[in-house]
Design a protein around this ligand. Sequence first.
Ligand code: MN
Length: 251
Amino acid sequence: MRILITNDDGVYSPGIAALAQVASAFGEVRVVAPDVEMSSASSSITSSRPVTYKRTPLPGGIDAYRVNGTPADCVTLGVTLWEKVDMVLSGINIGANLGNAIWHSGTLAGAKQAALLGLRGIALSAPATDREQPSFELLKPWAATVLKLLLAAPELPLVNVNFPDKAPRGTRWTRQSVRQYDGKVVPAKDPMGRLHYWYTVIPVEGAEEDSDRRAIEEGYVSMTPLLLDLTDYEKLEKVRGLEAWKKLRFA
Ligand code: MN
């Protein structure tokens, strides 16, 4: 099995090295990742300039390349230059990607890009604070457990995996939390006295039952199967019904 690995923290992140080591037990691994941090880049692609790559072997003899592009660029380039890729892993991100944060996540974008190209994509993230990174040594066996579980479920093309901030109590299948977050911007001043703004992405409501956020709060590894199709089928049926009704009425 050929496994392409990317992330949005950059090729030198300890998270991608940990994931590559774990994935090596499952198949042939190649890392293709951004040369600088691309967190919150979402699914953006580089269309206004060409992208290039440079070989950057990682410790442990991992075959790796750095790209001057986004996570989505890395996946497209990776599967174009390395034939017959079976699966794309993205992460392990330094920082959780839960609930509505998945709209902004570059880590998720790596997995989504794989799914858009007809491949399996799995995003993996772990919470971090300003001072502390996730304990990748502790998470490695859990990442292996998750890969085993997901390889046994090939019907899931796109999965968002999050680890808790301490030794997990187990794994849980979850849904995406869609509670609103505090999307406000916080004003501040730079050393020149100029006004600037910081974006905040902080959930302001409690996590729903069965959700990804709830699983993490309760100390479990969260695994959420995702869809690329964003269509609201319930509303679609409603508006189509409404149209049919209007036609009848005004015919
Ligand atoms: Mn990141």
